[in-house]
Design a protein around this ligand. Structure first.
Ligand code: GLA
Length: 782
């Protein structure tokens, strides 16, 4: 709801309120953002009262010498008029003056949501948008501030548009998407940082006077610092307390900054990274910022995450696949790398089909002369040595076996050894001034150029039309460097943003041309995991790291801002090539099940034990797929702080839930904690059943061979037997049990292995890096 009363703007969602007003000086003053409070005519009691007409404070005007912009909590701050905190807008007038002062001009409640030009954005028929225009007289520019209210997910989306109303151009050095100034209060900031194969690990810092910022300058949103971040009050936990979440609908260089001022105002800003950014705004032109997303929850970090999850599902992801259950795929990358031919692929496809997978994805290596990563990016024609019947021939065979077919591409790149580069060396992002640096032996194509974007739209249209391709993995495997466009008249301060706009134009067109294709975004794993990409592609490959222990952290960190329905998660071989850590096949599945399941290992080489385990996993996932992909996700514990991780997904009706219980390291001679569910109906009765997993004989090391004469632990017979035969993990079921009991008392899992004297049917062998899934199902009412 949006309500305007004279100079007060009151925005509310189901559970939050956001209030600001026009100050006496004509600036927009923030009054409140937090738990919902009712509208009332006078909110002046929320305004600032710190006044200092003494010392070195600068008074905004001589009309009231005690009033300084430094002490107002502002909706959007400028430079040069007395507020010394970081500004949200920095412009350079034609005469090189850097001062600006935007004051209230008008407001309007828009009938339709505002969509920033050229940028992906949130959408929603019922969303109301408030437009408040502030104006700088000297610059002769309007700044439109947009606020869209998404009531049911407690989200407010903001963006700005700067309009040059004068006769000459001026420069923009910085234009944030949003600013929130909060009153004195201690906060802890949560950011999600990492690197390749270690994406989105949660980091917490206690904020005190000073500035903390996260940003990207690599050209994409990056695995360094995800654009999602949060602020929580010190006592806020996963389940209780006040916290805020922020994100940006943008895939290029971003920045988020939190400043605690010496006067205890906490200023939060996010937007395009001002680093190396300088935009020439011509007379009559305008500039739109990406949308900034913000939410508040008084139900702890899970409340905040659930708001963001709902928002992503309902107002970011769109099209054919928005709510459609995603197919279980087998991808050949870790099974074959570049070394395959049609025969080998078809063998994989047969095995994929026999374990129950629904789609086969052909990864890198199908085009040009691509037998390693040193050539052929840009040459998007089939390598007929490997695939004599082309992609179409292969796809038909895959389809004939009753499976969908998907393909990998990396369109934004060009290999120096490629026909494309030989024909268009000027299309690569390089400069003659320096020997250009390569990443994974490749250059980035200059998407600031229209001709390059047009070429890519055509090239990808050809690829996507080659066959009945139902899924595309769109990869992007290096950071940008040697930033320079060889296009005449190009201005390098605009390069990064124009690259991102070029990418969006390509994606927008391709998604329109191929509305049925399921697109998965990838950038060496999760190097471009952001809301901008999700507006075009409903899912992203979370990380090249599929080691189950690492994945617990990567998926948990990701879950703070993003729902399982966008997180692609695969089971790959053991040991994992990313961490060189062995882990059992069941644990790898249990972790991947809390995302979009796939298998990325050589399914033709599976022993009987693993194959039978995988078949059962796929059947289990299919039976609960909607729950795993679209259920409400809950973090019961914080895996960054604890040895034990519990996650849960619960369906909308609260009739079904799966709980994930994982341990990093098992401890003998210790009481097992009771397992408590959340999110069930208190007064319903449930049954709880553990998923019985395969238990490899190898678990027992020499214990079993020592009991059988002639069998040695590393002997051929033993290996054959252990690859073929497996035991089953403990059985446990509890029923009937009330929702109240499951949530407040919990239940005790079967007795954990605790030194000798175990029973193969009763003991719970949950060893290092292992897990269980417990399914709770509502029982029919008598
Ligand atoms: C990147 C991706 C991988 C795989 C390879 C292929 O590393 O993240 O999943 O597709 O490229 O070259």
């Amino acid at each position: 709801m949006i309500h305007v009363n004279q100079d007060v703007f009151y925005l509310s969602t189901q559970n939050t309120s956001y209030i600001f007003r026009v100050s006496q000086t004509g600036h927009l003053e923030s009054l409140y953002y937090g738990r919902k409070i009712p509208f009332q005519n006078d909110f002046s009691f929320l305004g600032n009262n710190l006044r200092t007409g003494y010392g070195n404070t600068v008074a905004y005007s001589q009309a009231d010498t005690s009033m300084s912009l430094e002490h107002l909590r502002l909706e959007y701050s400028t430079f040069g008029k007395g507020d010394y905190k970081e500004p949200s807008i920095q412009v350079e007038h034609p005469d090189s003056c850097y001062v600006s002062d935007f004051k209230y001009r008008s407001y309007e409640i828009l009938k339709e949501k505002y969509y920033p030009a050229g940028l992906p954005s949130s959408y929603g028929d019922k969303a109301e948008t408030l437009l408040v225009t502030v104006h700088d007289k000297a610059l002769n520019a309007d700044l439109n501030l947009y606020y869209t209210v998404f009531e049911t997910c407690d989200v407010i989306v903001r963006s700005c548009k700067l309009i040059n109303k004068g006769d000459s151009s001026f420069k923009i050095h910085n234009l944030m998407s949003a600013q929130v100034d909060l009153p004195p209060q201690d906060y802890t900031m949560l950011t999600f940082d990492g690197a390749w194969i270690r994406e989105r690990h949660k980091n917490e810092k206690t904020l005190s006077c000073g500035t903390y910022s996260i940003s990207s300058n690599i050209g994409t949103s990056s695995n360094r610092h995800n654009p999602f971040f949060a602020l929580k009050e010190p006592e806020c936990t996963e389940h209780n307390g006040n916290c805020y979440g922020f994100n940006l609908i943008y895939s290029g260089n971003h920045m988020a900054r939190v400043e605690v001022s010496p006067h205890n105002i906490t200023r939060i800003q996010n937007g395009i990274n001002p680093f190396e950014f300088e935009w020439n705004l011509e007379a009559g032109q305008s500039f739109d910022t990406p949308e900034s997303v913000m939410t508040f929850s008084s139900n702890g970090l899970n409340g905040m995450s659930q708001n963001m999850h709902k928002f992503v599902q309902d107002h970011i992801v769109r099209g054919e696949w928005q709510y459609k259950e995603r197919p279980i795929l087998v991808n050949n990358w870790e099974a074959t790398y570049f070394f395959f031919n049609e025969k080998k692929i078809l063998k994989l496809v047969d095995e994929a089909k026999s374990i129950g997978a629904e789609m086969f994805v052909l990864d890198d290596g199908w085009f040009g002369k691509r037998n390693n990563d040193k050539c052929s990016l840009g040459d998007w024609y089939v390598n007929t040595k490997k695939l004599p019947h082309g992609i179409d021939g292969l796809c038909k065979k895959v389809n004939a076996k009753g499976m969908m077919f998907g393909l990998w591409v990396e369109p934004e790149m060009v290999s120096p050894d490629s026909d494309l580069y030989r024909a268009h060396p000027d299309w690569a992002v390089t400069t003659d001034k320096y020997v250009p640096s390569q990443g994974r032996n490749q250059f980035v194509l200059d998407l600031t150029r229209d001709d390059v974007c047009d070429y890519l739209i055509d090239a990808m249209t050809n690829v996507f039309s080659m066959a009945n391709i139902e899924y595309i993995k769109w990869d992007m495997n290096r950071h940008l460097s040697d930033i320079y466009s060889r296009q005449s008249g190009a201005h390098m301060g605009e390069f990064f943003h124009r690259y991102t706009l070029g990418l969006y134009r390509i994606l927008d067109e391709l998604v329109k041309r191929f509305p049925k294709i399921l697109f998965e975004s990838c950038s060496s794993g999760g190097n471009r995991f952001d809301l901008g990409m999700f507006c075009y592609m409903p899912q992203t490959w979370a990380s090249d790291d599929t080691d189950s222990l690492e994945r617990v952290k990567i998926q948990a960190g990701t879950s703070y801002g993003y729902p399982p329905s966008v997180i692609a998660a695969h089971v790959s071989g053991s040991p994992s090539y990313a961490a060189m850590r062995a882990s059992d096949i069941e644990n790898r599945f249990n972790v991947a099940a809390f995302g979009l399941l796939g298998y990325e290992l050589d399914v033709t080489q599976l022993g009987k034990f693993d194959k039978s385990a995988i078949k059962k996993q796929i059947a289990y996932y299919k039976a609960h797929r909607k729950l795993f992909q679209f259920g409400k996700f809950i973090r019961l514990t914080d895996c960054f702080k604890s040895n034990v991780t519990y996650w849960q997904v619960v369906n909308k009706e609260q009739t079904e839930s799966v709980l994930f219980h994982h341990i990093n390291r098992h401890q003998v001679s210790e009481q097992t904690p009771y397992v408590k569910f959340a999110g069930l109906k208190e007064d319903s009765m449930y049954s709880v059943i553990v998923r019985q997993q395969g238990l490899s004989l190898k678990t027992f090391g020499e214990i079993i061979p020592s009991k059988i004469p002639g069998v040695e632990e590393d002997g051929a017979l033993y290996t054959k037997v252990t690859d073929t035969i497996g035991l089953k993990t403990e059985k446990q079921s509890i029923s009937p049990v009330s929702g109240e009991a499951l949530m407040y008392a919990g239940f005790l899992p079967k007795l954990q292995f605790n030194g000798g004297g175990f029973s193969l049917t009763e003991t719970r062998f949950m060893l290092d890096n292992s897990s269980r899934l417990y399914l709770a199902k509502e029982e029919a009412k008598q």
